[in-house]
Write a protein that binds this ligand. Structure first.
Ligand code: TMP
Length: 213
């Protein structure tokens, strides 16, 4: 947790969660609500928010990518993140915008750390170097059982390389997201993603209102 001291002016929100948790729906709803309040909002995502990141995303998620080592995977997610922070997140925060990202550092801790069983501290230090220590002001964790989320995600499209991992992998991912949130309750909002989308959106608006006050 370095260089929060050179933290730019805007507000930084991240959405995290397993597959099929409804992050993109809730990011879009929050964006619409904040914009209606007169805020300038920059919604973004990982991996793949930049042109360079788009190439990295394709490599990472294409099921035809075979033989990628866990360490190489972790570094590619970190490379995407470094470019994302450099090109999108920091400039928008410096302009005073509200930046809402669909996934950030915690996804690497959960998927590469717990999922691939790379020591969490190694993943944290790679990510921290990639971001220059930048962390969200608030992370919204949309929590749901992986059985439910994977069924939702697989109903939409063919499974990408990470979705195609075992249920045990996704159970470790969920557990780690919950542990990260439990360790720092002031920086997290955990919501039950099996609830109705309206209810989830209301919970997010309440907490974001407090944060922006
Ligand atoms: P998405 O489907 O939410 O866009 O996310 C892409 C996939 O990449 C998803 O399965 C989670 C995974 N992922 C990681 O494994 N590590 C990371 O650091 C990030 C940002 C995503």
């Amino acid at each position: 947790m370095t260089s929060q001291e050179d933290r730019p002016a805007g507000v930084f929100l991240a959405f995290e969660g397993g597959e099929g948790a409804g992050k993109s729906t809730q990011v879009a709803r929050l964006e619409a609500w904040l914009t209606a309040q007169g805020r300038t909002v920059r919604t973004t995502r990982e991996p793949g928010a930049t042109v360079i990141g788009g190439t990295v995303r394709q490599l990472l998620l294409d099921p035809s990518t075979v033989g990628l080592s866990s360490r190489a995977e972790a570094l590619l997610y970190a490379a995407d993140r470094a470019q994302h922070v450099h090109e999108v997140v920091r400039p928008a925060l410096e302009a005073g915008d509200v930046v809402v990202t669909d996934r950030f550092v915690d996804s690497s801790l959960a998927y590469q750390g717990a999922g691939r069983t790379i020591p969490l501290e190694d993943v944290r230090s790679i990510s921290s170097w990639a971001t220059g220590g930048l962390l969200p002001d608030l992370t919204v964790l949309l929590d749901l059982p992986p059985e439910t989320g994977l069924a939702r995600a697989r109903g939409r499209a063919t499974a990408d390389r990470l979705e195609a991992e075992s249920l045990e992998f996704h159970l470790r991912v969920r557990q780690t997201f919950l542990e990260l949130a439990a360790a720092e309750p002031a920086r997290y909002l955990v919501l039950d993603a099996t609830a109705a989308p309206d209810e989830v959106a209301e919970g997010i608006r309440t907490r974001v209102t407090e944060l922006l006050a």
